[in-house]
Design a protein around this ligand. Structure first.
Ligand code: BG6
Length: 505
């Protein structure tokens, strides 16, 4: 009989330094409140936190954007957004508690005195809702708009309460841009007040990479170049660019996903064990990995762009036909890379990375392919089933971990067949996994920066990206080179074939 409880249980969100504390009273100010991120992710995350009683007892949300709107109509829109994108059922009592503290201010921080109404409202909320001068500023605006906002926030800084600034990705456009942006921010906030967000670090399954590696004694001894043949990290999406042409034309896959989400996954897989789970210990180890990545040679980089095709049975346009995209755009919607982490643990072990939009399905996976057994005694008789062990970490969807082992087929002889040892989150814990933003917003309110990116890591990520982009200068890619709804360009398979390998998932 199973010893697990059959009903769905809640997992505590606050971990690390926060450890279950409820945050101090505060006001959360969202810049970019009329945008996609706010309605798809941020407000649904706040609702989920309110639903579980995890928000501060005294709390307010101020949405700020240039778009004209009233508080009433913003609240209504946000309620609809929670119904559409939230993970819990809409309950009037929960929503009303959250909405009572929600306000919208339409203003342009770039104009003279554009910040005044926000500042006045915050003072008023301190009195009415007891938010005590504590502020979390969520900067969900493009990098070029951040300077104006942080300068004004810096000028209006008062000594009452604490201040934290969450800065959304992309953090700059290249190394020089990231440094300049950081200078603007540090002129107004101290490093321990800055929370550079990469929502991948808020995913349960991504944090579980740390648990898997460092809470178990059996994997660490084999987690290195001697036992690992290669590592494959995939972030595949079936969605396209979703009305974000302006942003995506500038970013492409390398800046949108490789620079941040993929680098984070790679860092967690390859890092040394931190001494503890405090922010600096974890971040010190991650940055060492990113700094050790050697710039790939040109033959190890594949770029792709989708043409028209079919996804989930529906015809979809090619990238160049998407609204807002230049008809001759050379922006990449797919990338595959082979890289090396040049350090003692990983020298010579290739890490293959790939990401793309409009692929056949959505899947984020980390696959560790181990070297074959050195001398299986039944090599002659085992059959084709004698294959290397493969560990698959399914980050999403179908979150779990599985290990492929060779097992004896029952019956006469010693025929070996690959079978899976499986761990599935939903079966083991009976939980719905929280959304990454719930965890990260709560951590920022608690002042726990463990799952946020420190500037030295951001800079190391950009140095790597700049080295790849520099190789493209002056060359014209052969785009489009994969139909929407497929596995991506054939050249990504050729990259593996040259090394006598295959993508494993
Ligand atoms: C965002 C990118 O950071 O991550 C998007 O800008 C991408 O282009 C998204 O779709 C993927 O996130 P997730 O959580 O759906 O894997």
């Amino acid at each position: 009989m199973s010893t697990q409880t059959e009903k769905q249980v809640e997992i505590p969100l606050a971990s690390g330094a926060g450890g279950g504390r409820r945050p101090d009273p505060c006001a959360l100010v969202i810049f970019g409140a009329s945008g996609d991120l706010t309605h798809r992710k941020l407000i649904p995350a706040l609702y989920a936190l309110e639903y579980r009683g995890l928000l501060p007892e005294k709390f307010a949300v101020v949405g700020v954007a240039r778009t004209e709107n009233s508080t009433e109509s913003w609240r209504e829109k946000m309620r609809a957004a929670v119904s559409e994108f939230g993970r819990d059922e809409m309950r009037d009592d929960v929503w009303n508690r959250l909405a009572a503290g929600m306000h919208y201010v339409s203003t342009d921080f770039a104009s003279e005195g554009g910040e005044s109404r926000v500042m006045e409202l915050l003072e008023q909320l301190d009195k009415e809702r007891g938010t005590r001068g504590n502020r979390v500023y969520y900067l969900a605006v493009p990098p070029e708009a951040i300077r104006t906002v942080v300068d004004k926030l810096g000028e209006r800084r008062h000594s009452k309460g604490w201040v934290r600034a969450i800065v959304e990705k992309p953090f700059g456009h290249d190394l020089a841009g990231a440094k300049a942006l950081n200078e603007d921010i540090v002129a107004n906030f101290r490093e321990n007040e800055i929370f550079r967000i990469d929502h991948y670090l808020g995913k349960e399954t991504v944090q579980n990479v740390l648990a898997f590696r460092f809470a178990n004694g059996i994997f660490e001894p084999i987690w290195n170049r001697r036992y690992v043949d290669n590592v494959q990290i995939t972030v595949a999406e079936s969605i396209g660019i979703e009305n974000r042409a302006d942003f995506y034309e500038q970013a492409g896959a390398i800046r949108d996903v490789v620079q941040n989400h993929m680098m984070q996954l790679l860092a967690l897989v390859a890092m040394e064990p931190p001494a503890d789970f405090e922010a600096d210990a974890v971040r010190n180890e991650k940055v060492k990995v990113v700094r050790s990545i050697a710039p790939p040679d040109p033959g190890s980089v594949v770029r792709g762009q989708y043409g028209p095709g079919e996804v989930d049975g529906k015809k979809v346009p090619g990238y160049r036909e998407e609204p807002g995209v230049a008809p001759d755009s050379n922006t990449e919607t797919y990338m595959a890379l082979k890289i090396f982490v040049d350090n003692w643990r990983w020298a010579g072990t290739p890490f293959y990375l790939r990401t793309g939009k409009r692929l056949s399905s959505r899947a984020t996976t980390i696959v560790i392919i181990f070297r074959p057994a050195p001398h299986p005694p039944f090599l002659e008789i085992a059959g084709a089933g004698l294959r290397p062990n493969i560990l698959v970490i399914d980050v999403q969807p179908d979150e779990g971990i599985s290990l492929r082992i060779g097992a004896k087929v029952p019956g006469q002889g010693m025929t070996i067949q690959p079978v899976q040892l499986d761990f599935q989150y939903d079966q083991a814990f009976h939980v719905h996994l929280p959304e990454a933003y719930e965890k990260l917003i709560l951590d920022a309110m608690l002042g726990d920066a463990t799952l946020f990116t420190r500037i030295d890591e951001v800079e190391a990520q950009w140095s790597f990206v700049d080295s790849v982009v520099a190789q493209w200068e002056g060359s014209t890619p052969d785009f489009p080179n994969y139909p929407a709804g497929t596995r991506g360009p054939g050249s990504a398979d050729a990259l593996m074939a040259r090394d006598q390998r295959l993508w494993c998932k």
